[in-house]
Write a protein that binds this ligand. Structure first.
Ligand SMILES: [Mn+2]
Length: 356
């Protein structure tokens, strides 16, 4: 397992590369060019600048999260081909720069959805929270405005230019079914996977978060059967998964450890975090510790160990603790604690199996 840490870039993150350097066992920075809108080709000089900066701290740049997919591709509009061409050119350039994995998602409109970004835990820490009833009864436009105004920074997936077209986007998706979305995803994969193969870049789709339909929008990357179907759309090792335990695990019917054991070699990127699910279907992002949430993180890490996982991992999200002011879900302290929890489990498994 190769540990990484997501970083939003110079001037776009409260955390520094010096700080990340002091977290034990972190080899790579998960990065992106966050200011480039979905559908545009990434400029080579910008890619190389980022590479130079990250590598100067001794980190690898192997994982990019994300290269976002333009809505026209997800909608299957005739304009999709030009955006797919741009996507292919970006893959080629990232391949030249030495990138090994691209994480992306195929969720209509939103990358992720929560109802509260700073929900308080009994210990005074805060984290992202999803209140099921609020989403079921909410006007999405109102909710989005409230969430977006609650933070003083641009969040991936919630960019102002995307949100300003929200009404039109909802309209455009009105008649798009799950099957349409599957077809549009297949069309996209058939175009990009051959390019990923030539450039030795593993594509790794992130599951839908949360893994069920919201606001009537279709969602397909949600459970084991669908992941199975996804991997068969283009049956290549370059068409793989970002297995996000927290996203998939917020549906109690999903058994994350079982998925790891089934999809093993097709998992290129592991997002490891815990969630606490309440009886009414609400969930809150908890610390990584198994007893703090509903997911058995020990069993999840053990599943990766059992399959001999050599791919990339990150602690995904963390709570906001010790009064840290940071991007929602992306503080330094709790993600660093999460990494140490994961290493603790991993190293003891290594030792027990005589590998350490
Ligand atoms: Mn994730």
């Amino acid at each position: 397992m190769r540990m990484t840490f997501r970083w939003y870039g110079e001037g776009n993150d409260t955390i520094t590369l010096e700080q990340i350097k002091q977290i034990p066992g972190v080899e790579g920075i998960v990065w992106s060019l966050h200011d480039i809108p979905a559908g545009e080709e990434w400029p080579m000089d910008r890619i190389l600048n980022e590479k130079k900066l990250i590598e100067s701290y001794g980190f690898n740049i192997d994982v990019v999260e994300s290269v976002n997919v333009h809505e026209d591709i997800k909608l299957g509009l005739p304009t999709r081909d030009k955006y797919i061409e741009n996507y292919k050119k970006t893959i080629e350039k990232l391949g030249k720069a030495g990138v090994k994995v691209i994480c992306y998602n195929f969720m209509p409109v939103f990358d992720w959805t929560r109802t509260d970004l700073y929900k308080k835990h009994p210990d005074g820490s805060t984290s992202l929270f999803f209140e099921k009833a609020k989403i079921e009864n909410a006007d999405p436009l109102e909710l989005v405005e409230k969430i977006a105004n609650g933070v003083n920074m641009t969040m991936p997936g919630w960019e102002p230019e995307r949100l300003s077209h929200l009404k039109e986007l909802f309209k455009a998706y009105e008649n798009v079914t799950d099957e349409d979305l599957w077809n549009n995803l297949k069309y996209f994969l058939e175009a990009i996977i051959p390019i990923a193969e030539i450039n030795d870049i593993k594509m790794a789709i992130h599951p839908d978060d949360p893994p069920w339909p919201i606001f009537g929008l279709p969602r397909i990357i949600t459970r084991k059967e669908n992941l199975r179907r996804f991997l068969k759309l283009v049956d290549s090792p370059y068409n793989g998964l970002t297995l996000c335990s927290g996203s998939l695990g917020s549906n109690p019917e999903n058994n994350v450890a079982e998925m790891i054991r089934e999809f093993g070699p097709r998992i290129h990127f592991a997002h490891i975090r815990n969630v606490k699910i309440f009886e009414n279907g609400d969930f809150i992002e908890s610390s990584h510790k198994t007893s703090d949430g509903s997911l058995d993180i020990v069993d999840i890490v053990k599943a990766y160990h059992d399959i001999g996982f050599t791919g990339y991992a990150r602690p995904d999200h963390g709570r906001h603790i010790w009064n840290e002011q940071c991007r929602p879900g992306y503080g330094l302290y709790d993600r660093a604690l999460g990494i140490m929890y994961i290493w603790g489990i991993w190293d003891s498994l290594q030792k027990n199996s005589g590998k350490c």
